[in-house]
Design a protein around this ligand. Structure first.
Ligand code: FAD
Length: 451
């Protein structure tokens, strides 16, 4: 019998057991693929001390514990079967206007960050979904629409407070626990402790422009090929997501969603080669200040269940590979989820590539494109539909191995990845294992794919 009462007495936060009001809301994974994972209890920590008390208690009681920030883990890693430590109340934002340093609670969601930073017109690389948590985003790297110019979210990290497996709280920075600091910049959420706060170096929010371009399916290969060429020589100020997608409601759409930290006129010039190969059915290109651009680029989803698999490639994908990709997406088996399925090339490079591979745990410093393959379904879809979708995704992932390396982005966590240590961490895997041994020798922080 777990002594939940003793935990409740130790902390100021709220402990909830299954069936109690608020339990589902505090534990449900964003990805409904993992909805069946039911934690034994959830503690919504009131402050950092609660986190330390909960870790000590869970260790003594041998209760497995996972931290939960925004709950967006693609693989459901923040919904274990023991105690979930809900960090959403750790959401304070403190801004030092003299230095531009911003300290935020370990469970702060993107929406609160944008709202807190906007009055100061300061920013650092932030994700484009309201509810993604700063913890998961930063610890896995954090690639955003300004990352080609300003680097990753973790590249802006100056220090972080971490509750370790033994209940101690330490500051990790370039001068204190530098190896832990190194690991917190790309080593993946949940591995080394619970980060109760993060301090970032912010910069003035850059104004710019955005684009949304749409083409019909027959233009897919030529648009993908031309956009890759554009992105290889584009200034770091321009970033784009180049996508092909299918859903039950359409015959396939080709899209480019871009953010340029420069005027719309310059963006139109950058895009001229793709307009020359195929005139888009829709082309919205507009000047926007940083905050309007963030709003415009905001990601919304129909929810439900999904699976995504990635490859990080240092070179563009050739026409044979692109043709295979388009043909495969065309054969998507279908589901009831309006999000459908597809493939996207996220342009990386720029400032992301200028950091040496060993400087932080994030290893993909030579990546020019992140290839993301995804599919979605609903909880009402039949088991056969789910199986067909997963088989389709796995076959596509295997096929793309012929033209893109076995390197994956840990924040697009892939529970079906076999050699995940090498794929997520590449040459940094060995050092990450050493840091894990040093800070969590008994592997108290454990989940599928934990170091
Ligand atoms: C709609 C959507 C948009 C996204 N946009 C982007 C994007 O623009 N760029 C990008 O790079 N990624 C993006 N992602 C991926 C996202 O970065 C990861 O899913 C990330 O892990 C989510 O963090 P979270 O705190 O919301 O999730 P959680 O599921 O709460 O956490 C993810 C992992 O991190 C751990 N964790 C969370 N907080 C802490 C903490 N404070 N201390 C220790 N461990 C912690 C959890 O235990 C878990 O293992 C997006 C995902 C979604 C679903």
């Amino acid at each position: 019998m777990t002594a939940w009462r003793s935990l409740a007495d130790l902390v100021d936060g709220d402990l909830r057991l299954p069936g109690e009001p608020g339990f589902d809301e505090a534990t449900s994974p964003e990805n409904r693929r993992f909805a069946a994972t039911r934690p034994a209890a959830v503690l919504s920590a009131a402050h950092a001390e609660d986190v330390a008390r909960a870790v000590e208690w869970a260790r003594t009681e041998s209760v497995p514990l996972v931290a939960r920030g925004g709950g967006h883990s693609y693989a459901g890693h923040s919904a274990g079967t023991g105690l979930v430590l809900d960090l959403r109340r750790l959401a304070g934002i403190r801004i030092d206007c003299d230095t531009g340093r911003v300290t935020v609670g370990g469970g702060t969601p993107m929406k609160a960050l944008y709202a807190g930073l906007r009055p100061w017109d300061l920013t650092f690389p932030l994700g484009n979904s309201d509810t993604v948590g700063i913890g998961g985003l930063t610890l896995g790297g954090g690639v955003t629409t300004i990352s080609r110019a300003h680097g990753l979210t973790c590249d802006a990290l100056v220090s972080t407070e971490v509750v370790l497996a033994d209940g101690r709280t330490v500051t990790a920075s370039a001068t204190e626990h530098p190896d832990l600091f190194w690991a917190c910049r790309g080593g993946g959420g949940g591995n080394f402790g619970v980060n109760t706060s993060f301090t970032f170096q912010a910069r003035p929010a850059p104004a710019g422009s955005t684009c949304l371009l749409l083409w019909s399916w027959p233009h897919a290969v030529e648009v993908l090929a031309t956009m890759q060429e554009i992105m290889l020589t584009a200034p770091d100020r321009f970033s784009a997501r180049i996508g092909i997608a299918r859903s039950a409601a359409d015959d396939g759409v080709v899209s480019v969603v871009g953010h340029h930290l420069g005027p719309a006129e310059e963006l139109r010039e950058l895009l001229a080669p793709v307009f020359a190969v195929a005139v888009p059915d829709r082309a919205d290109i507009e000047d926007r200040d940083f905050w309007a651009a963030a709003q415009y680029l905001h990601h919304s989803s129909d929810g439900g269940a999904f699976a995504a698999r990635t490859r990080c490639t240092p070179h563009p994908i050739g026409d044979t590979g692109l043709t295979a990709l388009v043909r495969a997406v065309d054969k998507w088996p279908g589901s009831g989820n309006p999000d459908g399925a597809g493939a996207a090339l996220f342009a990386w490079g720029g400032a992301i590539n200028r950091v040496p591979v060993a400087a932080t745990a994030f290893p993909h410093r030579d990546t020019k494109f992140l290839l993301s393959l995804d599919t979605s379904w609903t909880e009402q879809d039949s088991p056969q539909t789910v199986e067909a979708n997963l088989d389709w995704l796995h076959a596509l992932h295997a096929e793309t191995g012929e033209f893109a390396p076995d390197a994956s982005y840990v924040n697009f966590t892939d529970p079906d990845l076999e050699d995940w240590r090498r794929a997520y961490y590449g040459p940094n895997a060995g050092r990450l294992a050493e840091v894990k041994r040093r800070y969590d020798p008994d592997r108290f922080f454990r989940f599928p794919q934990a170091l």
